[in-house]
Every structure is written in C-alpha cells, then in structure tokens.
Design a protein around this ligand. Structure first.
Ligand code: FE2
Ligand code: FE2
Length: 194
C-alpha cells in the first residue's frame, strides 16, 4: 500500500479480496473439520462432517479454478471473522464433557460456519453477475448450494434427535460413596460442610 492509496480501490479488487477471504476461510475449515469429526459421537453427524470435509476440499479446488479464470493468483487473506467462529467453537467444545450435549454444540458451531460461508458465496455470486462473469457465478453457485444443503442437513439432524437427546441429559447425581468421598476431601481441604 502506498501513501494516500488504499488496498482496495475498485469493485474488481473488492471481488478478488472477498474471494481471498473465502479461500482463507475454506482452508481454516478444512483444518478444523477433522477435529469435529473426532469429537462427534453420533454416527450420522460424524458421517455428515466427513462428507462436508470432502466437499470443502472440492470447494477449494473450485476457488483455485475461479482465481485462474479471473487471472489472479490463488491466495488467502486473513479473515478474523472465521477465525473467531472456529476459535469459539473449539473453546466451547473443550468445556463440554457430556458427549450428547457436545453433539448439540458441534452442530450449532458448524451451522455458524455454514452461515458465514453462505453470506460470502451469496455476495460473490451476486457480484460475479454484476461484473459480467456468469461463468464464475455458475461455479460459485455450486459451492453456495452445498453450504446451504449442509446447513439444512445439520439443522435437520439437530431437530430430529440431537437437541432432544441433549435436553434430556441431566447432571449425574453423585452416589452415596462419591458423596462421602467428596465430604472427606472437603474436610481435608478445610471447607466447612453445608
Ligand atoms: Fe465451504
Ligand atoms: Fe461449509
């Protein structure tokens, strides 16, 4: 960036910048999905994440193609929004011990990611049409449709079983033995019994 000039001056540059934004986001998502696959304990959810990892790899290839079509080098630009969404997802997952509740949290986090991608691809498709690149818009629409379908699928799994199962989980009451042990530990630590 030179003096008195900005990084993005034209609509074409804004388009490329947004393409780089989603390129970065897709790579971060590709890195995060294996962790989500591992953490999911519901077979259908695990399978859904696995399928979306495959789709994500294909979406990255599609973006490579688009960069080529507009004669630009495929590269990402740091996107704090997706970093924040993914960071929050891994933070909350780390705080949940109950596997069933964790499934509900994983779906919620994944849907936040999908919604981010939907907004980015939605904008890019609209902009590609404005700059008369219907060929580019067509390719990006394929990814937009995949993200929308994934969001719908995740919402369906949550609604059909995961949310109700998670809501039915209650805190396990400690057994008499565990209660006695806790009381002894508390006494040893000098905590008065209530
Ligand atoms: Fe994606
Ligand atoms: Fe996605």
């Amino acid at each position: 960036m030179g003096w008195f000039s900005s990084d993005i001056d034209t609509f074409d540059e804004l388009f490329v910048h947004t393409l780089q934004d989603i390129y970065y986001a897709e790579h971060q998502i590709e890195k995060s999905l294996p962790d989500m696959i591992e953490k999911a304990s519901d077979a259908e959810l695990k399978k859904g994440f696995r399928m979306h990892l495959k789709q994500t790899k294909g979406q990255i290839k599609r973006l490579d193609r688009v960069f080529k079509m507009i004669k630009s080098i495929p590269q990402g630009t740091k996107c704090p929004a997706i970093d924040g969404i993914l960071e929050e997802a891994s933070e909350i997952a780390g705080e949940i011990e109950d596997k069933v509740v964790l499934n509900a949290a994983l779906i919620a986090a994944a849907q936040a990611v999908e919604h981010y991608e939907i907004t980015r691809y939605g904008t890019l498709v609209a902009w590609a049409k404005v700059i008369k690149r219907n060929d580019v818009a067509k390719i990006l629409t394929l990814s937009l449709k995949e993200e929308k379908a994934t969001d719908k699928k995740l919402g369906g799994i949550a609604k059909r079983k995961i949310n109700a199962k998670a809501a039915a989980r209650k805190l396990k009451k400690p057994s008499r033995g565990e209660r006695a042990e806790n009381a002894m530990l508390a006494a040893a630590a000098g905590i008065p019994a209530i």
